[in-house]
Design a protein around this ligand. Structure first.
Ligand code: T1G
Length: 697
């Protein structure tokens, strides 16, 4: 008998129980155990109906992702599900937690499904670069019809139990949290009423209704925009379409072919790396799991601007009262009005109710004095990038806040150590770097300073989860991890334009790679004045920052989207970047002033210079211990800078290309172009000489 799947009988119900923490994933042992338990149940003459139920916090949450990429062992999941479906005794699946991927497919192989009202179901394989490979693309549409099956399978989004009932995915929903009792009662009812075996594969009415429908072409067209550059979403549509054009067995064969194509796609490896990396970043090196965490019941935010407002919304969304401080009432009123407008726009889109708008607004208050921060557990400063101003504010917070309150800065570049030194409690100071728009972007770069205590680090990591962010712990240096690499890419992009490329050529190389927008379109979104004031700040500090044609644009008032003209121009109310000959003129004039003779530049050179400079900088960041692991860098870029998750992040992507190839090119650029940014990182040279990869670190 398998350890992870057991069989016993309760009255006339044969109970098959899966118990394989943490999420009852369909590992080889679980698949074999399911088959063995089914055989027992079939042989058990006193068992009239079988019940499939799981121990722990959830029903089966899918295939065991950690087995992907390794040789598949029999029984394969499709055959396990077939055996359940072909059982001559009715089988009930009792669902709690999340029935996902192969877990939902197993339940669809059963003949009846009952769920707790708190349960969710879904087929999220597309988020791993795959498609449902155990009949989900053939059985789900037989219950829901084409439209809903396509929505669920191409988005991977979960569906709540009540909606699953309305869609016919489950047959009953019960309140409470004792899934075994609910399952047994439902199975007993099936037995008492002598209900028959009911195979989903035999259902055809929903198929007839959508046969030959346009819905498949409509979905493909929609995916061209939504899933640009991705492989598996389109294969998902092909597989579901097969359910409407082929008999069940042939549809299953087609599903398997398409599944294997996804398995072989490099995007699968990238997305599975991103899946596990997102979970690993929460385990910080040198920070034991049992490190005490402080309670955060009340928060203060300084600055009601774009960042301050977005940051405050995260806490209100999590039910934590937050007070925003400003210097002038007018600025405060403006900031609070922007927050209300954002919430009301979200309500207009039906994502929250008006009642939730009022509830969240009731958690947000304003003040013009730090005296109102005397009892907060955390303050986050979000004022503009000036070290003098931040040090002054932290000195004042040190006096205003209670002992044990955490003082955090949302600075995106300045030294947290220098800010902490302005207080008598550097152990309670940390960087909480949010990304614009702060209420939307998932990344929270958590910057430890030299003296930050473990308790404050652990509290920040736990808080990230609470406000539904992906927290990545990094060390303190100029630009931390994300911006430090971004600035290198930005400088290379500028140099490439100086030498002859056009901004739109550079941006196209980056969007073709999968970024949602290019370097220069991003500058226009962020505001050209932001980069300009940072460069001016550094020049004021005596740093030698080279002249730039971007400064000319800023001085002409071309600040980007907000002035409808920056590197690109924008039509009223439209964010689509339009190349502007006026900018080409400014660039040509700049080259002349600088005595630069422009040359033809290939897309490949642009790709290598923009991306390899980041990889080289990433290696230096790892060497310096600013990031503990390459996956910390990957997750930072995926959730903070739109690096395509299907490429796994910049360091994983580099491993795929081959570090020897990258080092060879970096050394060539160092010879040809010079500059600190192209000095090969020692770690990169070391890994290549040892035939190792970032992923081996
Ligand atoms: N396989 C292996 N490990 C898994 C896993 C899985 N499917 N799901 C979760 N884990 C691990 C995870 O790495 C973490 O480990 C721990 O469980 C808790 O997870 C044929 C091909 C279920 C909603 O895509 O979405 O079926 O870090 O931190 O926030 O068609 O995990 O503790 O060591 O995320 O409460 C389809 C993936 C697979 C679901 C729970 N299934 N999982 O979220 O906890 S493909 C999925 C999730 C498939 C078939 C195909 C979430 C969750 P550790 P967690 P959580």
């Amino acid at each position: 008998m398998s350890e992870v799947v057991t069989y016993n009988r309760e009255g006339s119900i044969g109970v098959i129980t899966v118990n394989y923490p943490p999420v009852n994933a369909l590992s080889h042992a679980v698949r074999s155990g399911l088959v063995a338990a089914l055989e027992q149940g079939q042989k058990d003459a006193d068992a009239k109906v079988l019940l499939l139920v799981c121990e722990g916090r959830t029903f089966i949450a899918g295939a065991d992702i950690s087995e992907f990429g390794k040789p598949m062992q029999d029984p394969g999941l499709p055959s396990v599900v077939d055996q359940y479906e072909n059982c001559d005794k009715p089988i009930v699946a009792a669902i709690h937690g999340t029935a996902l991927g192969g877990g939902l497919e197993t339940a669809l192989g059963c003949h009846y499904r009952v769920a707790l009202s708190s349960a969710k179901v879904g087929l999220p394989e597309v988020k791993l670069g795959l498609l449902p490979g155990a009949g989900g693309t053939q059985r789900l549409p037989r219950l829901t019809g084409a439209q809903k099956a396509l929505e669920m399978i191409t988005s991977g989004e979960f569906v709540g139990a009540k909606d699953a009932l309305a869609l016919g995915i489950v047959d009953a929903v019960e309140d409470g949290n004792d899934i075994k009792a609910v399952g047994l009662a439902y199975a007993q009812n099936i037995a008492d009423e002598g209900k028959p075996v009911r195979r989903v594969r035999d259902l055809t009415d929903k198929l007839e209704a959508d046969k030959g429908s346009e819905v498949f072409e409509q979905f493909r067209a929609g995916l061209k925009k939504k899933a640009r550059g991705q492989f598996s979403p389109f294969k998902c549509v092909d597989a579901v379409e097969a359910a409407f054009s082929l008999p069940f067995e042939d549809g299953m064969k087609r599903e398997r072919e398409l599944f294997m194509e996804c398995m072989e796609s490099p995007q699968r490896a990238g997305l599975i790396h991103a899946f596990f990396a997102e979970r690993e970043v929460s385990k910080v090196k040198g920070l034991p799991k049992e490190t005490p965490v402080r309670d955060i019941h009340k928060v203060g935010v300084i600055g009601a601007g774009t960042m301050g407002g977005g940051i405050a919304m995260n806490f209100a969304n999590a039910g934590i009262p937050v007070t925003i401080a400003e210097v002038k009432q007018e600025a405060l009123d403006k900031g609070l009005a922007v927050i209300r407008r954002n919430y009301e726009n979200t309500a207009k889109k039906g994502r929250i109710t008006q009642a939730q708008v009022e509830e969240r607004m009731s958690l947000i208050s304003g003040t013009l004095t730090y005296d109102d921060f005397s009892d907060v557990d955390l303050v986050i400063e979000a004022v503009f990038e000036s070290m003098d101003l931040k040090r002054k504010i932290f000195g004042q917070l040190d006096d205003a806040c209670k002992p044990g309150a955490i003082l955090a800065s949302n600075t995106s570049t300045l030294s947290i150590d220098d800010i902490a030194a302005a207080t008598k409690r550097p152990q309670d100071v940390i960087g909480l770097h949010f990304f614009s728009p702060a209420n939307v972007m998932k990344l929270l770069e958590i910057v430890r300073c030299e003296k930050t205590s473990d308790e404050v680090k652990a509290t920040a990591m736990a808080l990230a989860k609470k406000i539904r962010k992906v927290g990545v712990m990094v060390g303190n240096c100029y630009g931390f991890v994300g911006n430090r690499m971004l600035h290198k890419r930005g400088a290379e992009a500028m140099a490439l334009v100086n030498e002859g490329a056009s901004p739109q050529q550079v941006d196209k190389v980056l969007t073709d790679l999968g970024f949602p927008m290019g370097q220069f379109a991003m500058s226009d979104l962020a505001g050209i004045d932001i980069g300009y004031s940072i460069r001016q700040e550094r020049r004021k500090a005596g740093e030698d920052v080279p002249a730039s044609w971007m400064d000319k644009l800023a001085e002409q008032g071309r600040l980007g989207q907000k002035t409808q003209a920056g590197v690109y121009r924008y039509e009223e109310g439209n964010r689509k970047p339009i190349p502007d000959p006026e900018v080409d003129r400014v660039i040509a004039e700049f080259r002349q002033e600088q005595g630069i003779k422009s040359r033809e530049i290939t897309d490949q050179e642009i790709l290598e210079r923009c991306m390899y400079v980041m990889v080289n900088e990433g290696a230096k960041i790892l060497e310096e211990g600013i990031a503990d692991r390459s996956l910390d860098i990957d997750i930072t870029w995926i959730y903070g800078y739109g690096f395509p998750a299907y490429r796994g992040g910049p360091m994983f992507w580099a491993d795929q290309i081959g570090l020897d190839n990258i080092l060879g090119t970096v050394e060539q650029f160092y010879d040809d172009l010079g500059g600190e940014q192209w000095k090969p990182a020692g770690l990169l040279q070391e890994l290549v000489s040892e035939g190792r990869r970032f992923g081996d670190l």
